[in-house]
Design a protein around this ligand. Structure first.
Ligand code: AMP
Length: 285
């Protein structure tokens, strides 16, 4: 039997009303991989019901070409969600989420300024707006997000606290390919040569982590180490490398014993990839 799907607000609300007990929400943009399925698995283990959403949210794309190139595979996604034990998939068209006349947005102010926010103007306004709408529509007890998108997690947690959403944000570890590349729907757009180059992001992060573990506490040196690794890969074009406070996301000069977010964004051809690690390695933002 195929997984239950809803494409309209009315069918989603009706299906949600049938659910008793706890609900876990897993928001995605589809083109699923094992990273998404790990979120589903955790949601499955902690809730009576799991709602997953598939929506390539136009308001979070600041680049029309990136939006146009974003991969879609709805039939396969539904199959994977069904196998993962999802109870209900909400997969609306853009005009269901943003009907004509739409004009309300949610903005988290300071934390959206650096890192991804600086390179993708308007991105987080789109993310927080759609996630707030999904929270209102699905009324989850817990919502599951990946550490892969570290700033997104921090921004959403801030929004949940500030807006008093009655739910817990659950952060799941980054799922990687055997060579360290963080799984991402965008990896599908890499050519074979680009795919071979892409683990350089992880190698750069590991260089910073190893130096930190040896006692290095200069953020300047950690950033330089990452840039040196990335410079060895001709296909890698660096957007930023960052060593920031894991809570405020402010760039650091000298590291203390507070958790640190080491993150980077790199273009490989037309595809922009991001990745991060938290230091010390097991700390969570
Ligand atoms: P996306 O479909 O890329 O918007 O991602 C949907 C959710 O899956 C977000 O919470 C992401 O952080 C999470 N996610 C994406 N890739 C991974 C990964 N490799 N490991 C863990 N979570 C991930």
């Amino acid at each position: 039997m195929a997984v239950e799907t809803a494409e309209t607000i009315e069918t989603l609300r009706a299906a949600r009303q049938q659910m008793s007990g706890s609900v876990g929400l897993v928001p995605t943009m589809g083109a699923l991989h094992e990273g998404h399925l790990a979120l589903v698995q955790q949601a499955r283990s902690e809730n009576d019901h799991v709602i997953a959403t598939i929506f390539v949210n136009p308001t979070q794309f600041n680049d029309a070409a990136d939006f146009a190139a974003y991969p879609h595979d709805l039939a396969h996604d539904l199959e994977l969600f069904e196998r993962g034990g999802v109870d209900l998939v909400f997969a609306p068209m853009p005009d269901v989420m943003y009907p004509s006349g739409y004009q309300t947005y949610v903005t988290v102010e300071q934390m959206t300024q650096p890192l991804e926010g600086a390179h993708r103007p308007g991105h987080f306004r789109g993310v927080t707006t759609v996630v707030a709408k999904l929270f209102n529509l699905t009324q989850p007890h817990r919502a599951y997000f990946g550490q892969k998108d570290a700033q997104q997690v921090a921004v959403i947690q801030r929004m949940v606290d500030d807006m008093n959403f009655p739910l817990a944000v659950v952060v799941c570890p980054t799922v990687r390919e055997p060579d360290g590349l963080a799984m991402s729907s965008r990896n599908r757009n890499l050519t074979r040569a680009q795919r071979q180059a892409a683990p350089v992001l992880y190698q750069a992060l590991m260089a910073a982590q190893a130096a930190y573990q040896r006692g290095e506490r200069s953020s300047k040196i950690l950033r330089r180490l990452m840039r040196d690794v990335l410079a060895q890969e001709p296909l890698a074009d660096v957007d930023y490398v960052s060593v920031a406070d894991a809570r405020s996301l402010e760039e650091l000069t000298q590291l203390t014993d507070q958790p640190v977010l080491v993150s980077l964004a790199v273009r490989i051809g037309q595809t922009r990839l991001i990745d991060n690690v938290l230091l010390p390695a097991q700390s969570y933002a």
